[in-house]
Design a protein. Sequence first.
Length: 86
Amino acid sequence: MAKKSPNEASPVAQFEQSLEELEQLVEKMEAGDLSLEQSLTAYERGVGLYRQCQQALEQAQLRVRLVSDPAQPEKSEPFESTSNDD
């Protein structure tokens, strides 16, 4: 089986980099120094980074489930959400 190149790393491996870039974009947007076009571009990039982070977290959860009970990962308990979306 061929190994992935560094540019094709899994979302889990890229999580911290994506999260850091997302945080930097948010800081720039909150500063209010971007033009409308720059803000839209930053927002689009941010949505993409957010989705990458979500995918990485889902894959990490699946990996934990597989390690916890490789015979029956579907019967494992889901992680409790600690987000404050309220």
